[in-house]
Write a protein that binds this ligand. Structure first.
Ligand SMILES: Nc1ncnc2c1ncn2[C@@H]1O[C@H](COP(=O)(O)OP(=O)(O)OP(=O)(O)O)[C@@H](O)[C@H]1O
Ligand SMILES: Nc1ncnc2c1ncn2[C@@H]1O[C@H](COP(=O)(O)OP(=O)(O)OP(=O)(O)O)[C@@H](O)[C@H]1O
Ligand SMILES: [Mg+2]
Ligand SMILES: [Mg+2]
Lengths: 256, 256
């Protein structure tokens, strides 16, 4: 029974896409069949896995507006056990186009209902906003991973994000759980990283993953080769950090 | 005659807010009266200048929906010559609320028409999207500064941003100019920074600012004290980089 996990935080540049790609790749490396869905119009997860979104005909957009079946848009990646439903820039219009539709928040949930059975994990990369695309992802999810960059501005938006999760739980998805808060771009050399990490642990307590993602240039280099870190440089700290995160999530969901 | 400059790029975390705060502070330090407007619901520019957006009653939101005058919401900051119109989280609803209004793209332009005369520069910090708030900023602006983080994903969205600028020029604001492309978080030690910088220079040629913003932890620490880098640590590389950028923009606009 596939567990659906959204990677979401409206703050920009905190590591949502890097987490979606590398967590999904790590789960696949441990032989858990995984599907990653890119619902960000920027399509960074799509290109980070080596696919040019301009060449994509059936993306998550076509699925959400009903002009394509899910099975027509699933693509294989370089990794066994890892499939992708790509994004496309035309998702930019989706939020406006969905406004008048009935049950507009449940469009994604319905679209992936059949396919989730085929995977152990479904990972959804969200855009930097709390608009209808992210609401669709949260409504379709069992839980959310919240990447928090170890910097000051990243702390500011957490209250708003928790508020949104509460509203989604009340009206759209009572099962939505916090899978965990993930500290990203942690730089042991700076006082700032340590201060923010302490603050996040005080605020979230045991909901903070033990695995922390270090700031590691290999994670930033890998997408330019269209590969997850574990195919680009499996010895890198970044790749090992995400593998540890995958193991921690698997252990936590042992009943899978 | 105040020059209105938007700081915009839909890619998240590329340094829009850091540029808005520190460029505005540097212009003010060189005694050019400057107004900074925060139209991002995250309100990071507001808190980065020491104001808690939750305590704000008249923000840019009240101005755009017409329930407050501009003069009622302008606040002074710790710096002479620098004023702020703060943001508030209720801006999140603004995009939906403005959808049915007439000339919804020109709301901000009309709202600030009177006030721009009082400043040499008006700097607008935009959210990480190309929605109605950013379109309002581009329609109200003389030019745009495009921060580009020296990393791979930051390159991907530039085509879409240029497209949006073209559309705004054709339908809403024929005068909209590119003030310049600003390389941010440049790390001389990594090959990635150099590769991305070269690519940006090939693509934008002489529209790339000579001033480059180095990755400098002081820029990330300053907002937690509610101060621009200039007041937090004026000897830091980050503070000096933004002062150089301010001088470059002033020189370019000598006719002011
Ligand atoms: N741990 C890390 N170490 C070094 N660089 C990182 C790390 N995580 C992410 N990055 C880089 O930081 C930038 C921002 O990360 P990413 O694009 O994953 O964030 P995001 O939250 O998905 O951004 P957006 O809000 O635009 O969707 C990217 O250039 C990425 O390669
Ligand atoms: N030159 C720099 N050196 C080091 N850190 C930086 C630099 N510029 C910005 N930062 C830090 O990087 C993070 C992202 O920057 P910032 O918040 O300004 O980006 P943004 O584009 O405004 O993000 P958003 O898309 O969420 O609005 C912040 O934590 C900021 O403090
Ligand atoms: Mg992303
Ligand atoms: Mg910002």
């Amino acid at each position: 029974m596939g567990k659906v996990i959204s990677i979401a935080n409206q703050k920009g540049g905190v590591g949502k896409t890097t987490t979606a790609i590398n967590l999904a790749a790590s789960l696949a490396a441990i032989e858990h069949p995984t599907l990653v869905i890119d619902i960000d119009p920027q399509s960074n997860t799509t290109s980070g896995l080596g696919i040019d979104s301009k060449t994509v005909t059936n993306s998550i957009y076509e699925i959400m507006i009903g002009s394509a079946e899910v099975s027509e848009s699933i693509r294989q990646t370089e990794l066994d056990f890892l499939d992708l439903i790509p994004a496309h820039i035309n998702l930019v219009g989706a939020e406006i186009e969905m406004i008048d539709r009935e049950e507009r928040e449940r469009i994604l949930k319905k679209a992936i209902a059949d396919v989730r059975e085929r995977y152990d994990f479904v990972i959804i990369d969200c855009p930097p906003s709390l608009g209808l695309l992210t609401i669709n992802a949260l409504t379709a999810s069992d839980s959310i991973v919240i990447p928090v960059q170890c910097e000051y501005f990243a702390l500011e938006g957490l209250g708003q994000l928790l508020n949104t999760i509460k509203i989604v739980r009340q009206h759209l998805n009572p099962e939505l759980d916090i899978e965990g808060v993930l500290l990203t771009m942690y730089d042991t050399r700076t006082r700032l990283s340590n201060q923010v990490a302490e603050e996040v642990k005080r605020y979230f307590d045991d909901r903070v993953f033990k695995s922390v993602i270090a700031r590691n240039v290999r994670l930033a280099e890998a997408p330019s080769f269209g590969k997850p870190a574990l195919l680009y440089d499996s010895t890198s700290i970044g790749s090992k950090n995400y593998l540890a995160l995958a193991r921690e999530i698997i252990k936590k969901n042992r009943k899978l």
